[in-house]
Design a protein around this ligand. Structure first.
Ligand code: NAP
Ligand code: MG
Length: 407
C-alpha cells in the first residue's frame, strides 16, 4: 500500500513508563505503516533528560518553535522517590512546565466522547473544553516560611523612581508567605487564544475568577479578558459565540449543571484542578486530549494523563495490562491534522480523521480497555489488553483505507 506523504516535520517527544510502551505501539501499528512522515525525535524519557542535564527538553521546545507542530508522550516529573528509582543527578523540573514557559500560551483539554460510555455527570452530553492559562501564578512563585514575629511586605522597585510597597501581614508568630505574578502580555495572549479557539470551534466562551475577593489580581484578569473580547466583538457575533463572565464559584456550579458544549477558560491553577474534575466527570483520564497553543501559533499535542506508573509496574512483572491509548492516539491525530492543515495537504488530514473514526468505532463496537468497562452501556463480556485494543484499531483503520480505495 502506498504511504501518504506528510510534507513537513512533526517534532516527536518520547516519554516514560506505560505511555512509552503505548507510544511505540501507536507509531509501529497506526502511524508508520500508513504515513511517509518525517519526525524530528527527542527522547524526553527521564534517563535521557538526566543524561543531558535536561537540555533535550529545551531543544525539543525550540524545535516546536521552528517547525510549528509537536506531539509529546507523557513524562515523569521526578520527585525524591524517582531520583532514587532512576538514579538521577537531581529532581529535574516538569518537562511540561519547561516547554510551557518557553512557548507560553494556553492549554486546551478536550474529552473524547463515545456513545456507549456514559459520563458520571448525567447532564453532560457535549465536550467541555478546559482552556488553561499555562503561565505564572503559583507555578512561577517565590515562597518563604516565616520563622516568627515580623512584618512581611510586597515591594516594587521600578527602574527609576520611587519604590512602592504594601504590607502582606504583620506576623506575631510563625507562618508562610508566597509571591506570585502574571504579565499583561501573557494574560492578553491567554484571552486571545481562548477567543480564537472559541470562534474556530463556534462554542460559547466562559471565564471565571475570584475578583470579589482579589479585586486587584483577579480583577486585572477579568478586565484584560473583557478588553480582548471587546476587540473581537464583531468576529464573535459572526460566529454566534457568546462570552460569559462568572464568579469562579458560580462557574463551577454552572459547569456541573450544564450539558457541556463550551470552552471554559481558566486561570492556571483552576485549569489544572478543574481539568481533572472534567476528565473524571466524562469517564476516564485515558479519554482526555490536550493541546498547547502558543500566541505565536505553535502547537503541542499530548494526552492529559501521566505515565500510568501502576500499570507499568504490572507490565514489568510480566502481567497483562489494559491501558487506554485513546488520548495518546488522539495526540498523534491532533498533530497530524494540524500538520495537514498548515501544509494544505487534505490527504493527511483525511487520514487523521479516519484514524479517529476507527478509534471511536472500535469502542462503540464493544472493544475497550478496563478503565471504560465500568461506564459502558452495554457492558462487553471482557476487556481488551493494551495490545489487543491497538490491534483492533489498526484492523479497522486498514479496512477503512482499503474501502476508500475501492470507491
Ligand atoms: P497517571 O499516570 O495519570 O495515572 C493515574 C491513574 O489514572 C492510573 O493509575 C490509572 O488508574 C488511571 N489512568 C490514567 N491514565 C490512564 C490510561 N491511559 N488508561 C487507564 N487508566 C489510566 O498519574 P500518576 O500515576 O499520578 O503519575 C504517574 C507519572 O506521570 C508521575 O511521574 C507524574 O509525574 C507523571 N505525569 C505526567 C504528566 C504529563 O507528562 N503530561 C501528567 C501527569 C502526571 P488505575 O491505577 O486505577 O487503573
Ligand atoms: Mg491537574
Amino acid at each position: 500500500m502506498a504511504k501518504i506523504p506528510v510534507k513537513n516535520v512533526i517534532v516527536e517527544m518520547d516519554g516514560d513508563e506505560m505511555t512509552r510502551i503505548m507510544w511505540k505501539l501507536t507509531k509501529d501499528k497506526l502511524i508508520f505503516p500508513f504515513l511517509d512522515i518525517k519526525c524530528e525525535y527527542y527522547d524526553l524519557g527521564v534517563e535521557y533528560r538526566d543524561k543531558t542535564d535536561d537540555q533535550v527538553t529545551k531543544d525539543a521546545a525550540s524545535a516546536i518553535k521552528k517547525h510549528g507542530v509537536g506531539v509529546k508522550c507523557a513524562t515523569i516529573t521526578p520527585d525524591e522517590k524517582r531520583v532514587v528509582e532512576y538514579k538521577l543527578k537531581k529532581a529535574w523540573g516538569s518537562p511540561n512546565g519547561t516547554i510551557r514557559s518557553i512557548l507560553d500560551g494556553t492549554v486546551f483539554r478536550k474529552p473524547i466522547i463515545v456513545k456507549n460510555i456514559k459520563p458520571f455527570v448525567r447532564t453532560w452530553k457535549k465536550p467541555i473544553v478546559v482552556a488553561r492559562h499555562a503561565y505564572g501564578d503559583i507555578y512561577k512563585s517565590s515562597e518563604m516560611v516565616v520563622p516568627g514575629e515580623g512584618k512581611t511586605e510586597l515591594v516594587f522597585t521600578p527602574k527609576s523612581g520611587d519604590k512602592k510597597s504594601v504590607v502582606i501581614h504583620d506576623f506575631t508568630g510563625a507562618g508562610v508567605i508566597m509571591g506570585i505574578h502574571n504579565t499583561e502580555k501573557s494574560i492578553r495572549a491567554f484571552a486571545k487564544t481562548a477567543i480564537t479557539y472559541a470562534i474556530a470551534e463556534k462554542l460559547p466562551l466562559w471565564f471565571g475568577t475570584k475578583d470579589t475577593i482579589s479585586k486587584t489580581y483577579h480583577g486585572y484578569f477579568k478586565r484584560l479578558f473583557q478588553e480582548e473580547v471587546d476587540k473581537r466583538q464583531e468576529d464573535l457575533k459572526k460566529a454566534g459565540v457568546e462570552y460569559k463572565y462568572f464568579l469562579i464559584d458560580d462557574a463551577v456550579a454552572q459547569v456541573v449543571k450544564s450539558e457541556g458544549g463550551f470552552v471554559w477558560a481558566c486561570k492556571n491553577y483552576d485549569g489544572d484542578v478543574m481539568s481533572d474534575m472534567v476528565a473524571t466527570g466524562f469517564g476516564s483520564l485515558g479519554m482526555m486530549t490536550s493541546v498547547l497553543l502558543s500566541p505565536d501559533g505553535h502547537y503541542e499535542y499530548e494526552a492529559a494523563h501521566g505515565t500510568v506508573q501502576r500499570h507499568y509496574y504490572e507490565h514489568l512483572k510480566g502481567n497483562p495490562t489494559s491501558t487506554n491509548s485513546v488520548a495518546t492516539i488522539f495526540a498523534w491525530t491532533g498533530a497530524i491534522t494540524k500538520r495537514g492543515e498548515l501544509d494544505k495537504t487534505p490527504a493527511v488530514t483525511d487520514f487523521a480523521r479516519k484514524m479517529e473514526e476507527a478509534v471511536i468505532e472500535t469502542i462503540e463496537g464493544g472493544t475497550m480497555t478496563k478503565d471504560l468497562m465500568a461506564m459502558a452501556e452495554p457492558k462487553p463480556a471482557k476487556h481488551a489488553s493494551t495490545e489487543e485494543f491497538i490491534d483492533a484499531i489498526a484492523a479497522r483503520l486498514q479496512q477503512k483505507i482499503a474501502k476508500n480505495k475501492e470507491l
